[in-house]
Design a protein around this ligand. Structure first.
Ligand SMILES: [Zn+2]
Length: 88
């Protein structure tokens, strides 16, 4: 197997796992469980609702909703201030 093929295989396996992991989170949330950031839920609201609004923050190593950052900013939340670069 050449290098390029190997890289593609690794990339596909990561995407596949991510997809499975995310489906599990959505199922957990449907059943009413809160999803903490260490499991991939939003840093602020502990949910994975509106997944298209989720962005990844490398400072806190957590997913966060853009909407939740905006809400945090309005409330003067210092963590939201740090994450505000994600809104740009
Ligand atoms: Zn949120």
């Amino acid at each position: 197997m050449d290098r390029r093929e190997r890289i593609r295989e690794i990339a596909e396996s990561i995407c596949g796992e991510h997809h499975e992991a995310f489906k599990k989170l959505v199922e957990a949330e449907r059943s009413g469980r809160r999803v903490p950031p260490q499991e991939g839920g939003c840093y602020f609201c502990y949910t994975v609702k509106n997944p298209e609004d989720l962005v990844f923050d490398t400072e806190f190593d957590a997913y966060v909703h853009r909407e939740c950052i905006k809400k945090g900013l309005a409330e003067g939340n210092p963590e939201a201030e740090i994450m505000s670069y994600l809104l740009e």
